[in-house]
Design a protein around this ligand. Structure first.
Ligand code: ADP
Ligand code: MG
Length: 327
């Protein structure tokens, strides 16, 4: 598969504070990457950096974001706008981030479509109604004639997803798109995203808290902790043979079938902006040693595309951090 998006050494933050640090991954065409990690670890900040939307407060400190080889950090605002509207679809955690509260839904669809290509309004309505019904919004006419405040939060989120899909973008960035929806609708949304990938070979980066969603949709999983990607690999590698202690803890925190939640992570969470040495997970890790307080920027590969920042991998071949950049 050809690569669509390449993130290299990306470090971003707000003001002087670094939040997301040294992120490296490549997303191939048609590939779905699920990003997981507890609240506050920088998942939304990473996605906001990739979209390069102004007004988010995200400041890029270092690195590059290559979209089909074009560095999103060095192109004009006009070029960025064109890429974002036509080739990159965005779904925010909260539909308010995608929908204009002052415009009827139909105008929002037509404007999105018109600003990127010539359209026949009748044909456009047909395709909008079609996509709405695929997302289980059967009363399409009424929805199109509504303002966002006249619809429920769950409906607005499905409308926002339809709006991101309508241009058949090459890449969809979705920040917890299903968390506001009830379970049946979550399944439909995931299935529609999978169909979109099948039909148009769309690549997707999806942030989610829901391991069930990740297990269903993702090809690859990136695990974030305290602003760093601490493990990355094929879905099954991560779910079946996780290597970073944080990934293991996260998987153990999935509610068990008997309904009992395992204990939360002990120790003090990492604080952004405070000076720090060594592994960011150190204070919460159950298998750290002296070395962990010293080494930073370490990466170990267990397989070609499965790596972790943990140094405590018995028998696993370790590489210097720089080798990941050339992989
Ligand atoms: N606009 C902002 N200005 C300053 N700090 C922010 C802003 N948005 C988020 N943060 C901080 O960045 C960190 C990561 O947040 P976020 O990316 O939203 O995490 P996640 O999406 O994983 O929950 C948090 O400590 C949060 O308080
Ligand atoms: Mg978030």
């Amino acid at each position: 598969m050809e690569s669509l998006l390449q993130i290299k050494d990306l470090t971003v933050g707000y003001g002087n504070i670094e939040i997301v640090k040294d992120i490296n991954f490549t997303l191939k065409r048609g590939e779905i990457l699920g990003i997981v990690g507890e609240s506050g670890c920088g998942k939304s900040t990473l996605l906001k950096a990739i979209m390069q939307l102004s007004g988010t407060g995200v400041v890029t400190k270092k690195g590059s974001i290559l979209f089909e080889g074009t560095d999103m950090l060095s192109i004009s605002k006009e070029e960025l706008r064109r890429i974002r509207g036509n080739r990159l679809g965005v779904v925010f955690q909260n539909p308010g981030g995608s929908l204009n509260p002052l415009r009827k839904i139909k105008h929002q669809f037509i404007e999105t479509m018109q600003s990127h290509r010539k359209i026949n309004k009748k044909e456009a309505y047909k395709s909008i109604l079609n996509i709405l019904s695929r997302l289980d919004l059967e009363d399409g006419e009424r929805i199109l004639n509504s303002f966002p405040f006249e619809l429920s939060g769950g409906m607005n989120q499905r409308v926002a997803i339809a709006l991101a899909m309508i241009m058949e973008p090459e890449l969809i960035l979705a920040d917890e798109p299903t968390s506001a929806l009830d379970v049946t609708v979550q399944v439909q949304v995931v299935e529609e995203l999978l169909k979109l990938r099948e039909r148009f070979f769309t690549s997707i980066i999806m942030i989610t808290h829901n391991m069930g969603v990740v297990a269903k949709i993702a090809d690859k999983i990136g695990v974030m902790y305290a602003g760093e990607m601490v493990e990355y690999g094929e879905k099954n590698q991560i779910l079946e043979t996780p290597i970073h202690p944080y990934t293991k803890a996260l998987l153990a925190a999935i509610p068990k079938i008997d309904g009992k939640m395992p204990q939360g992570l002990p120790g003090r969470p990492f604080v952004f902006g405070e000076s720090h040495k060594g592994c960011r997970f150190l204070s919460r890790c159950n298998c750290f040693s002296k070395e962990c307080q010293e080494k930073t920027n370490h990466v170990s590969f267990v397989e070609k595309e499965h790596w972790s920042t943990c140094i405590k991998l018995d028998g696993v071949k370790s590489y210097g951090y720089s080798s990941i950049r050339s992989s």
